[in-house]
Design a protein around this ligand. Structure first.
Ligand SMILES: [Zn+2]
Length: 501
């Protein structure tokens, strides 16, 4: 938002020479002596910013800003410090960020032993039979890098049901007590869009549940209380603001979240800008299509105008839908998690009613599938019948895209919304999952930019840590935080600092 405002004011200033006016504009606040990056190519640097109300009214020289100062104006000396446009996290799960702070946070566990020690400490505090839940583990750097099992957990949690989400949210490990409560055994069929991982020898569930299969156990966990749901949002907002985000785009959820946000905005408890989606197809999307969007509520802080669709799983847990089998698991090529016959009528309706659609697509098959579906909807509802002619529909992640499909985004006007940190987290397993050849269209930021689309950057927190500086670094360096990137990691897909900004 601030980025756009800055650009708009600069454009005005270059076009018009200010003429003397009877009622001269005055500023409430002036920031001077700054090292200001505007992200506007026509005037990339500036010294001063002037603000009136909730708008930037001037960006330029100290002398120019001084003309807007009256005795009442607050003048802030930036003493040469750097100022950047407000950062927007284009893909985040706000409640999840807060919940990660509240429940057992397993981020940064270095080994299976470390993981089990952290879980044991929590289990030891729990009452008999009480659920133990947590999130954030990832086995990538464990030796060996394999998923934990129910039998690992049973050793430290024989009586309490346990479910612990992998950082990507597309897999969870559960123990025997949890599986028993959920009635999951060797005969339970895989639900649509999910997989109950089985031990190769015995055929027994090994505790790993992928995508939709997580619901078999998750729905047995007592629901979060209303107070806790609210506390999670407040904690998430607090963390985001502390890290420097000025807006986050909440990639999914329900009207229950919408109501919590409204309540907190009304009370003045949260000030972060939130651009919210709700899940579809289903009741939440139906409600958005019926009631229409919320735009610019609470002094331009809150929007609900987007439906989030999930079309496949994730690469780490081999749920991403690929066109050809996984290089390290030739018996699977992942799975789609949405049915075309349920999606199509919703897409058509959304175009007619001016609702944005954003779809999670990680594998090259999911990306092709959703581009085909969007294209069919655009054909079915020509521009004249749309409420918004350029609907700005998005593909979330666009992670592994067949090179033949990359130009289709620009042709269709579809936005690839990508997360730089995924490329520096996934570089440890993507080459083995995909093989060298498929890495050509993987995390292909620069190819997308060259094809003529704008690529919004996001963190996908709590899947990743959710810090703007990590995202910025990942986009520019395309290496992990220690400076490592392996063979075939296509350094030419890194972007410049200006592009990242
Ligand atoms: Zn996400």
């Amino acid at each position: 938002m601030k980025l756009i405002l800055l650009a708009a004011s600069l454009l005005l200033l270059t076009l018009f020479t200010p003429a003397p006016q009877p009622t001269q504009a005055v500023a409430d606040i002036v920031f001077k002596n700054g090292n200001i990056y505007t992200a506007n190519d026509r005037a990339p640097k500036a010294e001063a910013i002037a603000v009136k109300g909730d708008r930037i009214i001037f960006v330029g020289s100290n002398a120019g800003a001084q003309k807007l100062v009256i005795p009442k104006t607050r003048v802030v000396d930036l003493k040469g410090n750097t100022v950047l446009p407000g950062f927007t996290d284009s893909h985040q799960h706000l409640s999840g960020v807060g919940q990660r702070e509240m429940t057992l946070n397993l981020e940064g566990t270095t080994s299976l032993q470390d993981f089990l020690a952290k879980v044991k400490a929590r289990v030891d505090q729990a009452k008999a039979g009480e659920w133990v839940t947590g999130r954030g583990w990832i086995e990538t750097h464990w030796q060996p890098p394999v998923f934990p099992t129910r039998w690992d957990l049973d050793k430290i949690a024989p009586n309490n049901p346990v479910i612990l989400g992998r950082a990507d949210g597309h897999g969870s490990v559960t123990n025997s007590a949890a599986l028993k409560l959920a009635g999951v055994d060797k005969d339970t069929p895989n639900p649509f869009g999910g997989e109950i991982s089985k031990d190769k020898q015995s055929g027994e569930p090994n505790g790993m549940l992928l995508d939709a299969a997580q619901g078999l156990v998750r729905r047995r966990v007592p629901p979060t209380s209303a107070e806790d749901a609210e506390r999670a949002v407040v904690l998430g907002v607090k963390r985001d603001i502390a890290l420097g985000w000025t807006q986050i785009q909440d990639a999914g959820g329900s009207y229950a979240d919408v109501n919590i946000f409204k309540k907190l905005y009304e009370a003045g408890t949260i000030k972060l800008r939130i651009y919210k989606a709700v899940y579809g197809p289903g009741p939440n999307a139906a409600r958005l299509l019926n009631e229409g969007p919320i735009i610019g509520a609470y002094e331009n802080r809150f929007n609900v105008r987007t439906i989030k669709v999930v079309s496949d799983g994730a690469l780490g847990s081999r749920g991403a839908a690929l066109l050809a089998p996984y290089s390290d698991a030739p018996d699977t090529s992942g799975f789609l998690t949405v049915k075309a016959e349920e999606l199509r009528p919703m897409l058509v309706d959304a175009l007619r009613k001016g609702i944005q659609v954003e779809t999670h697509a990680i594998g090259d098959r999911a990306n092709r599938f959703i581009l085909d579906e969007y294209e069919a909807a655009f054909k079915a509802v020509p521009a004249a019948e749309r409420k918004i002619v350029e609907p700005r529909w998005r593909v979330e992640h666009a992670q592994i895209v067949n090179p033949a499909d990359i130009p289709r985004f620009a042709q269709l006007g579809v936005i690839p919304s990508m997360q730089p940190s995924h490329a520096i987290g996934d570089l440890f397993f993507a080459p083995s999952r995909l093989g060298m050849e498929r890495l050509v269209g993987a995390y292909a930021w620069e190819s997308f930019i060259k094809s003529g689309v704008v690529v919004p950057g996001g963190s996908d927190a709590p899947v990743e840590r959710g810090e703007p500086m990590i995202e910025f670094y990942a986009a520019v360096a395309r290496k992990d935080q220690k400076g490592f990137s392996g063979e075939g990691w296509h350094p030419e897909e890194a972007v410049t600092r200006e592009q990242a900004l």
